[in-house]
Design a protein around this ligand. Structure first.
Ligand code: PLP
Length: 452
């Protein structure tokens, strides 16, 4: 299995040929999930004491397993937050595996760590953070948010201890009602409380909403989490007014920009993110709107030392790494062994340049605006909110949750589109989340036509 032989050469050729065909295909269908019974019938029995051979295993993947996975980078995949990796980024993901790079330490992966840090530095500059900012690519926004909050708590605890002040009984994280579910999940993992602040009709958290929570919880507040592009609506909090509270209150500002912060690269949307430059930590997911394959979240600290102090693992067998002055990405989040998952973005960004990214992001923002206008023109549809970024939420007159679900199932059964039902404040709705620059206005209009 490990040596280069005729057999392993043939296997590599076969797999690379399949990957090439899939990557460059222009007509991969949306596909859809199979039932457990169907998959049991079609695909069980592949694992045994003797192998089934690469040809059969690959055929099983190509003909059964892959078609039962929805194509998340299909232009008509418009649910949740889709993916839209560039061809270069996906192709380079194969290289990351082929080179067996270890991305956890400078000693083992200096070139990879250097390239990932180039990308983090580029992003930090775009977001207005100082040149000393830094961090690490982690698996996703959930781990990024959790790692940032753990660093924030660690910093707060150190601060209180140095000042000779008592630790509170319970730590608190403050966020708005539209914050992503991963914030509450992180709080569960950390066994801390969440103060959810009401945001009013706009859904955008403002400084005036946050200040009473800072006064009420005082030293117990480990961080205020602002959302730079909410998942449901793409709403950006009023980060500037929240950051301004730092003048009077001492708190860690975390910006969850997993989906939306990418839009700061688009000149027309940059103004929405004023205040991000004062963040103590932030995240943005390249697997969402920075056109990288799963899975990658850029976690950046204003002062990376806060991340390092909170997260470095200590053991005799790690002393060689931790006692050196090197930059070891493992030290900046909840992880040890890590894939150099920032490299696909590095390669694509280096290949095409930032301008191509700005333009590609702008395309989805423009399309969201255009389709929102079209929705507003149709008497049987109602826009729930004006889009800020590239999520458009709308209702169909007279439909209840079952109608949306049946319509959504039909769209997928017909292989037309993947648009799931959603809801807001107890009212069912649906949404287009657009991050794929190949999605067209005509495709979206054709979906609206099915609701008439
Ligand atoms: C605003 C926001 N934060 C965090 C996350 C979690 O990211 P991930 O799914 O990569 O863990 C998401 C995912 O959609 C998100 O939209």
């Amino acid at each position: 299995m490990h040596i280069v032989s005729d057999e392993t050469t043939q296997i590599a050729d076969m797999v690379l040929d399949y990957a090439r065909r899939r990557l460059l295909s222009t007509d991969t269908p949306l596909d859809k999930p199979f039932s457990p019974a169907e998959l049991a019938r079609l695909a069980s029995g592949s694992i045994g004491e003797s192998g089934i051979g690469a040809r059969r295993a690959l055929a099983l993947f190509e003909n059964v397993l892959a078609p039962s996975c929805i194509t998340t980078d299909h232009p008509q995949y418009l649910s949740f937050i889709p993916s839209a990796p560039t061809k270069a980024a996906t192709a380079f993901d194969l290289v990351v595996s082929a080179t067996a790079v270890y991305g956890g330490s400078w000693l083992e992966g200096s070139g990879a760590v250097f390239a990932e840090n180039e990308v983090l530095r580029f992003l930090a500059r775009e977001f207005g953070l100082p040149a000393s900012a830094g961090g690490v690519f982690v698996q996703g926004g959930t781990v990024g948010n959790l790692s940032a909050l753990v660093a924030a708590r660690d910093q707060r605890a150190r601060q209180l201890s140095e000042a000779g002040r008592a630790r509170p009984d319970r730590w608190v994280v403050v966020c708005g009602g539209e914050a992503h579910s991963s914030i509450v999940s992180a709080a569960h993992v950390m066994d801390i409380d969440v103060a959810i602040v009401a945001t009013g009709e706009s859904g955008s958290l403002r400084g005036a909403d946050v200040e009473p929570a800072l006064v009420e919880h005082g030293d117990a507040v480990i961080a205020v989490v602002t959302t730079a592009g909410s998942t449901n609506f793409g709403i950006v909090d009023d980060i500037d007014s929240i950051a301004a509270l730092k003048d009077a209150h001492d708190f860690w500002l975390h910006v969850d920009g997993a989906y939306g912060l990418a839009a700061m690269l688009a000149p027309g949307s940059r103004h929405r993110f004023a205040g991000v430059e004062r963040a103590d930590s932030l995240i943005v997911d390249p697997h969402k709107w920075l056109f990288a394959p799963f899975d990658a979240c850029a976690l950046i600290y204003r002062d990376p030392d806060h991340g390092r102090l909170a997260h470095t693992q200590h053991a005799e067998y790690l002393d060689t790494l931790t006692e050196a002055a090197d930059y070891n990405p493992s030290d900046y989040a909840i992880q040890l062994t890590r894939r150099a998952r920032g490299l696909p973005l590095w390669f694509s960004l280096a290949t095409f340049g930032a301008e191509a990214y700005r333009e590609a992001i702008e395309i989805s923002i423009d399309l969201a605006r255009q389709i929102a206008d079209e929705i507003a023109r149709r008497p049987y549809l109602r826009l729930v909110r004006e889009p800020q970024l590239s999520v458009v939420v709308f209702e169909r007159d007279g439909w209840d949750a079952r109608d949306y679900a049946a319509w959504s199932d039909r769209l997928l059964d017909d292989q037309h589109a993947f648009v799931v039902a959603s809801s807001h404040a107890g009212r069912p709705n649906t949404r287009f989340a657009i991050v794929n620059p190949t999605t067209t206005f005509e495709q979206l209009v054709a979906i609206l036509d099915t609701m008439g």
